[in-house]
Write a protein that binds this ligand. Sequence first.
Ligand code: PLP
Length: 425
Amino acid sequence: MSEKKKTVQELNQENRSKWDKLRFDTQLIRAGEDPYPETSNSLRIPIYATKSYTYSTSSEFFKNHYYYSRTENPTLFALDNKLATLHGGESAISVASGMGAVHLACSSVLQRRVERIRPNKIKNLLPQSNPEIIPNILIHVNQYTGIYRLLTKIYPQMGIECRRVNLCDISEVKKSIDNNTKFLFLESPSNPTIDVIDIQACADLIHEVGGKCIVDNTFSSPALQRPLEFGADFVIESLTKYINGHGDCLGGAVIGPKNDILNIRYYWQETQGQVLSPFNAWLILRGIRTLSLRMTRHSSNAMKIAKYLENHSKVTTVQYPGLVSHPNHIVAKKQMKDFGGMIGFELESVEASNKFIELLKLIKVGVSLGDLTSLIEYTSLMTGIDLASWERKSMNISRRHFRFSVGLEDPEDLIDDLDQALEQI
Ligand SMILES: Cc1ncc(COP(=O)(O)O)c(C=O)c1O
C-alpha cells in the first residue's frame, strides 16, 4: 500500500527541529525552504498561484491542510516557517502589510470568544456595557503614525481606552498599568525619533497583570533583535522594510505562540482577508536570505553617518542607538546585536531644514525605510502630515526633524552629499 504523501506543512513541522539547530545565517537561507518531492525537488519554493485546492475523496478534504488561499498557501507557509524559526517563535503568519499584521495581533489579543453566542447577546460583551471594567492598552508617546491612529483614534471608538505613556521611563509604565490593561505595544527603536525601550522590563510589568507584550520589531529585524527572548508575547514585522530589503513590495507578519497564530489565521485572517500575494511572498523570501549581510552594512554605514552628523555644527540633535549620547544606549546594547540603519536628526532652524531637503542630490527624499537605497524624510511634512501640531509636539517631532534610512551605498558618497547640502544652508 502506498504511504500517504506528506503535505508541505507537515514536512515543515517535522523539519523545524532540524532548522532550530542551525545558526541564524544558515536559517536565513535554509529554514522553511527544504526541497519537496511534489515540486521535483526544486531548489526554490515555487509561486503557488492558486485560490483553492482539490481532493478526490471527502476524507482527503478533511485531512488536507490546504483549503483556500486566504488561509493556506505553500509559498506563504515557507515564509511563515522561516520567520518563526528566525525569531525562535512557535509559529508565524505573513500577511499583506505591516499595518495588517498590527491589526491582526491587536484584534486577537482583545478578542472575546463569541462563536456560540447569539448575535443579540453580543452587545452585553461590549466594553461600554460595563464602564467599571473598561479595557485599556498602553502605547509609547512616540509611535509610527499608522499605529498611533489605529490605537488612539479607532480603538477608543470601540470602547478601548488607549494610554499614551513614555515607555522609556519604566516608573511611568508601572504607574499606568492596572488589572484591565490588555496589552502594551512598543516599537524599539521607535519611528521616527529612534527611542529605545527596554523590552524585558515592559514585558515583566505587563505580565504581572496578565496582559500581553506586543513588540514591533520593524527597525531591527530578527538579525539585530529577537524580542521573544526578552519576554515579548508577539512580534510584528513590517516585511516591507529590512526583511524584504529591496523596496519592491509590501508585507507584514505576526510571530507568536502556535495556538494564538492559529486563531489569528482561522478567525481573524479568515474574516479580515489581508492576504499576502504568493508573488510578494516569493520576493520577500528572495530578499530575506541576505538579511544578515545587509543589516551589518546598514549598521556600519549608519554609525559612520551618525558620528559625522554629531560632529557637524549645523546639526543640533542626533538620535542613533549606537551613539553613547543616546539616552538608552545601554538598553540598546543589551537587546540589540548591532544598532541598525535608522537615524533621526534635527537642524538648527526650520528655514535651514526647508532648504536642506532641496539641496540633497544623491540621497533620495521620500517616505518608508529599510531598503538598499538611502531615503530621508522630512518628518513633519511626510509621515507626520496628518498630525495636528499638538500631536507632533506630544510626539517630539519638530519642524526641524529628519528621519534617515541609511542605505547600502558607499558611506563616503552619502557623507559627501550631506556635506554639500549642509554647507549651503
Ligand atoms: C514601525 C512600523 N511598523 C509598522 C509599519 C507599517 O508597515 P507597512 O507599511 O508594511 O504596512 C511601519 C511603516 O512605516 C513602521 O514604520
